[in-house]
Write a protein that binds this ligand. Structure first.
Ligand SMILES: Nc1nc(=O)c2c([nH]1)NC[C@@H]1CN(c3ccc(C(=O)N[C@@H](CCC(=O)O)C(=O)O)cc3)C=[N+]21
Length: 283
């Protein structure tokens, strides 16, 4: 048996085609959505992601504004960049690329962002709205995962879901998303303090691996037929290594390739947040 491939690249292309049409409708009204990125330092991974985001923008007709600061930038300098994007009419949504260098106060910077321009859905006000189950820009990776499962008809309602990793960008936020009434999944949020990880994963109909530990999820841990989504982006010998061991494909019913799975969905849903912010602003 071999798992159905959850093709994030192809699904993201469909989403981008829809966004391209919505961007041209906005442009006909004289409105150009614009994505801002704030990148501090020269982490090679972050450089690649930010460059990719600007390429994606060009593809769907979104303008982009890039602010790059040196690794030595002070809190005040990064705050000034945030203030500038908050005030800029060309910027309808932006992100501060994470993680930031250790000397910076990430929470203070996120709180300083205009929640209406929060393209990542990670502003505490927007995460609070998600907790309250009211409308807000959604975190991109969790939203992308839900759309990818829906695209392939993987049932979410009533499913047992094991989330591996409690990070704010994936596990924690995805748990909130999947337990809304509209999704109605049952979620177990596993983390480094979990006693019996294999036991929790084995019960799951859907497994999302976002721990950043290469090969953490092995074949023996996966229930036959389960959907497995690999969010891991570790680098081992220069190559992307996911959190899911390759032979999981022999037992899983559905599996994301990596690369080509969750990553492209994350990028597409970032664009969606920027377009939605522009639509909301000019409604
Ligand atoms: N504020 C913030 N928001 C983020 O969304 C954010 C962040 N900070 N910091 C870093 C992580 C990582 N991340 C990825 C997005 C897409 C791919 C992606 O599209 N990857 C391609 C492969 C790209 C390659 O080959 O390097 C793929 O999976 O097919 C990967 C990683 C977003 N992040």
């Amino acid at each position: 048996m071999s798992a159905v491939r959850l093709d994030g690249k192809a699904t993201a292309a469909k989403i981008k085609a829809d966004l391209t049409a919505r961007v041209s409708a906005l442009r006909e009204r004289g409105i150009t959505p614009g994505l801002g990125t704030v990148l501090v330092g020269d982490d090679p991974g972050s450089q690649i992601y930010v460059a990719g985001k600007h390429r994606d923008c060009a593809e769907v007709g979104i303008a982009s504004i890039r602010v790059d600061l040196p690794a030595t930038a002070t809190q005040a300098e990064v705050e000034a960049a945030v203030d500038e994007l908050n005030a800029s009419p060309e910027c309808t949504g932006y992100i501060v690329q994470l993680p930031l260098p250790k000397h910076l106060d990430t929470m203070a910077l996120l709180e300083r962002m205009d929640p209406a321009k929060d393209a990542d859905g990670l502003h505490p006000v927007n995460l609070g709205r998600l907790v309250h189950m009211v409308d807000a820009p959604l975190p991109c990776t969790p939203h992308g995962i839900v759309l990818l499962l829906q695209e392939y008809g993987v049932p979410i309602k009533g499913a047992e879901v094991a989330l591996v990793g409690r990070g704010i960008t994936v596990g924690r936020s995805l748990g909130l998303l999947l337990t809304r009434r509209s999704e109605n999944a049952t979620v177990t949020l596993c983390h480094t303090g979990t006693q019996d990880l294999a036991g929790h994963v084995r019960r799951a109909d859907i497994v999302v691996a976002a721990a950043g530990v290469p090969g953490l999820i092995t074949k023996d841990m996966v229930k036959p037929g389960a959907a497995v989504l690999d969010v891991g982006v570790s680098r081992v010998n220069g190559k992307i290594a996911g959190d899911v061991a390759p032979d999981v494909a022999e037992v899983a019913g559905f599996l994301t390739p990596n690369p080509g799975g969750v990553g492209p969905m994350t990028r597409a849903l970032l664009l969606a947040n920027v377009v939605e912010a522009a639509e909301r602003l000019h409604a």
